[in-house]
Design a protein around this ligand. Structure first.
Ligand SMILES: CC(C)(COP(=O)(O)OP(=O)(O)OC[C@H]1O[C@@H](n2cnc3c(N)ncnc32)[C@H](O)[C@@H]1OP(=O)(O)O)[C@@H](O)C(=O)NCCC(=O)NCCS
Length: 316
């Protein structure tokens, strides 16, 4: 697999930490020091498919391809206005093409899971060009009276077009069922035969400290295993693009690895945690800024609800 083009889109509304103080008892000082986040972009009058389609158009343009060149669209997404048809089907309509579309919900690790599926389709010659898009609106998952979670998230979309190539050197996926630390249930219709109590929970539930520990240990394990898989050393890696969940999580991983902090790219200060969209958004920004040079080794590593992790090592 090779990444042929990247794209991203963020909602137009900027929500600063100071603005959040009108909704609950919090402060810029608390949010900045505990998370690194200063502001995030959140959806107001936009629809998620429009953001996703914008990221996809950019990725196609960047790859020098037309939507009609695509053989498959894989969309990573947790929450969408529609349960069915999935977001990928609506994005396909907006970018005006007719290839098969599928949706994957791997929570914050979903983009890497989607990339692994793209790699499998390419390897089996079922497709030549695949659009992998992650589009998320976690701002609509949290309870806006709950300061513990509402401050953490932002919305956005990131996309890549992939084709045949040898950029992907290794990939690691893992899931260890650990539901209680991070989950959200949805309301489902009851029936005359239903004997269970209706779901009362409608917003994201999180044990922040547990998630923090799981994220640090899982991502470190993945990074070490990827290096061993490729017989590379840490000094060979030029860029770490980790899921932008919390600056302290990233700093902690960097510290444990005794790595140079400048290799751990961050945009969380501006975006908040955009779930599975965070890595492709960051990748697109670095790519457009010209920070990725041919031959550079990159590690992408994501973690989230499940508890699932997805990491890969690429040579740009
Ligand atoms: C959420 C997180 C920032 C909380 O930081 P923490 O240091 O663990 O803080 P705690 O939850 O222990 O709360 C400490 C205090 O801050 C308070 N607090 C929580 N959110 C607050 C906010 N937004 N503003 C001000 N105070 C807040 C708590 O009520 C608590 O007060 P108390 O001591 O009086 O009870 C941190 O646990 C974290 O980042 N976890 C990972 C979350 C994550 O990345 N999730 C997504 C994964 S994909």
């Amino acid at each position: 697999m090779k990444i042929l083009g990247t794209g991203s889109a963020l909602p137009k509304m900027t929500l600063t930490n100071d603005m959040l103080t009108q909704y609950f008892d919090t402060s810029d000082a608390w949010i900045s020091s505990r998370t690194g986040i200063k502001q995030r972009q959140v959806m107001s009058d936009e629809h998620l498919e429009d953001l996703a389609a914008k990221a996809c158009q950019q990725a196609l343009e960047n790859a020098g391809l037309k939507a009609s060149d695509l053989d498959f669209i894989i969309c990573s997404n947790v929450l969408d206005e529609f349960i069915s048809p999935n977001l990928a089907c609506r994005v396909q309509g907006l970018i005006n093409t007719d290839c098969p579309c599928i949706h994957v919900n791997g929570a914050c690790a979903g983009f890497i899971f989607a990339l692994s599926m793209a790699e499998a389709y390419l390897n089996s010659h079922m497709a030549k060009h695949i659009l992998v898009v992650a589009a998320e609106m976690p701002s609509r998952m949290v309870d806006w009276t709950e300061r513990g979670t509402a401050v953490l998230f932002g919305d956005g979309a990131g996309a890549v077009v992939v084709g045949e190539g040898s950029q992907l050197k290794a990939m690691r996926l893992s899931t260890k069922s650990a539901i209680d630390c991070l989950y959200q249930k949805q309301y489902i219709n009851s029936t005359p035969f239903d004997t269970q109590e209706a779901n009362k929970t409608s917003s994201l539930q999180m044990d922040g400290r547990e998630v923090f520990k799981l994220a640090v240990s899982a991502s470190m394990k993945d990074i070490k295993e990827l290096l061993a898989d490729c017989q590379l050393k840490q000094e060979d890696i030029k860029h770490y693009l980790l899921h932008q969940a919390n600056t302290r999580i990233l700093d902690s991983i960097c510290l444990h690895l005794k790595e140079d902090k400048s290799k751990f790219h961050q945009n969380i200060q501006r975006t908040g945690n955009t779930s599975s969209a965070s890595i492709p958004i960051l990748l697109d920004e670095l790519h457009r800024e010209g920070k990725l040079q041919q031959g550079d080794y990159l590690i992408l590593s994501a973690f989230g609800a499940g508890f699932s992790t997805g990491s890969c090592l690429l040579q740009w």
